[in-house]
Write a protein that binds this ligand. Structure first.
Ligand SMILES: Cc1cc2nc3c(=O)[nH]c(=O)nc-3n(C[C@H](O)[C@H](O)[C@H](O)COP(=O)(O)OP(=O)(O)OC[C@H]3O[C@@H](n4cnc5c(N)ncnc54)[C@H](O)[C@@H]3O)c2cc1C
Length: 412
């Protein structure tokens, strides 16, 4: 079997390795940071089967100017990075046009359904059920313009894509989540099949531990500086060595752009930073992830804290943390719950977001032995196990052709 070099040990890279090991490939995983310690560390932990509506839609376009100009919205942009968003912005507008949106929604729905199953299979295969909460999730409509009729319509639309969900009244919200402050609540939508991780960190650690049990697996703790394809081989250069393989998969999150830049390959995947705060779980309990619609965040019960994660900041990954996002999460947590709880930690991480909401899982046209697997935006944890399986099928030469086209970097 061949040797595959994988760059990036976030949840995507780890899942790619795990899938390829099933096919007996030798794996060399390279990362300059501890596995799972970057974006994969701090997410909201949702396996988000419900999220089939790409952000690039007419409604977002209509709301965007007011969201960006309102410093309490949880959506912001660093003006110094506007020039880096041009290509992304153009493609975002294009993706929002109704025909394109419908096509992207179709692709995303199919991807999410496959992703949920791939996640379940991965958890079962690796015996990681202890890390998963299967209590569904609640989308809460609080202080928002939507009426009960609007929520019923959202449920009907989701059901068209076979997404399991139901409208829940204010009273049912209370019985599901007694610690939610019901002021201004219209109702909610309950998604019974949504799962969540009790610790994204422990999940990544467990994946990495399993990989280390295989004799064909090797981990190199260095930054990749460059790569090339030479005939039937690929070469990866780090500070101290040149590593040879048969295939290369770049799962370096937002760092993928930098690696591709050297070859003039520019993909409009941008840095969309997100934030979390963690609340002391001894002071407040919730039974499942609760998403406050309109505020762009989820409160997820984790093994030892309640994590409020979300918000959006279009800014280069190296910019200083914008603490205003943490402050907003703190204000919202006080409004969301009937009880206060102390903030025990704060975090910021970088989503790698594509304009159409569809990941980029594709071979490089100019180097057929090199693939990229990034652009998962808000759904990288959800799609990780599936992305691994898709890369495995690509290397076998069996990947679904329609999905392959939808994920291809040539769509840009
Ligand atoms: C606030 C927030 C909430 C989120 N909530 C959810 C959620 O509920 N559900 C969901 O599905 N998704 C969620 N996401 C998205 C999800 O976290 C990401 O899509 C996912 O973690 C991406 O994983 P990754 O492996 O691609 O990236 P990362 O975890 O960032 O891993 C990339 C790795 O590449 C390495 N790397 C980069 N460049 C190089 C180089 N040159 N050489 C060597 N290594 C390199 C980095 O060190 C890093 O370890 C959320 C994101 C945020 C920010």
């Amino acid at each position: 079997m061949s040797t595959v070099i994988v760059v990036g040990s976030g949840v995507i890279g780890l899942s790619v390795c795990e899938a390829l090991i099933q096919d007996g490939h030798g794996i060399i995983l390279i990362d300059e940071n501890v596995p799972g310690s970057q974006t994969s560390f701090g997410n909201a932990g949702l396996i988000a089967d419900y999220a089939n509506s790409p952000l690039a839609n007419m409604d977002t376009l209509r709301k965007l100017p007011s969201l960006l100009s309102n410093k309490h919205s949880g959506v912001s942009l660093d003006i110094r990075d506007t020039h880096k968003l041009m290509h992304y912005g153009m493609k975002f507008v294009q993706a929002a046009l109704s025909d394109n949106f419908a096509r992207n929604q179709e692709t995303l729905s199919k991807t999410l359904s496959l992703s949920l199953q791939a996640h379940i299979d991965q958890i079962d295969r690796l015996h990681l059920k202890d890390l998963v909460l299967e209590n569904g999730c609640l989308h809460l409509y609080k202080n928002s313009p939507e009426t009960e009729a609007d929520l019923t319509e959202i449920v009907a639309q989701k059901k068209k894509f076979d997404i399991d969900c139901e409208f829940v009244s204010k009273e049912t919200v209370h019985s599901l989540e007694p610690n939610v402050n019901l002021d201004g609540v219209t109702g909610g939508i309950f998604y019974p099949k949504t799962r969540s991780l009790l610790s994204p960190e422990k999940h990544a650690e467990a994946l990495f531990r399993r990989l280390n049990l295989h004799s064909g697996f090797k981990y190199i703790d260095e930054a990749v500086l460059a790569f090339e394809q030479d005939g039937q081989s690929v070469w990866v250069k780090t500070n101290s060595q040149q590593i040879k393989g048969d295939e290369l998969v770049l799962c370096a999150g937002i760092g993928t752009n930098q690696l591709l830049d050297t070859y003039g390959v520019q993909i409009p995947v941008v840095s969309e930073r997100g934030y979390h705060i963690e609340l002391d779980a001894t002071e407040l309990q919730i039974n499942r992830p609760i998403g406050w619609q309109g505020k762009y965040f989820f409160a997820t019960p984790m093994s030892d804290a309640i994590r409020l994660a979300g918000t959006t900041e279009f800014a280069d990954r190296a910019r200083k943390t914008r603490h205003q996002h943490h402050q907003l999460l703190e204000v919202w947590s006080k409004a969301l719950f009937t009880q206060d709880a102390k903030t025990r930690s704060k975090w910021m991480g970088v989503r790698h977001s594509s304009p159409d909401g569809i990941p980029v899982i594709s071979r490089l046209p100019s180097m057929q032995r090199v693939s990229v697997c990034f652009g998962h935006g808000h759904l990288g944890l959800t799609m990780a196990a599936f992305s691994g399986q898709f890369i495995k099928e690509m290397i076998r030469g069996n990947a679904d052709k329609d999905l392959g086209k939808a994920y291809s970097l040539e769509r840009f």
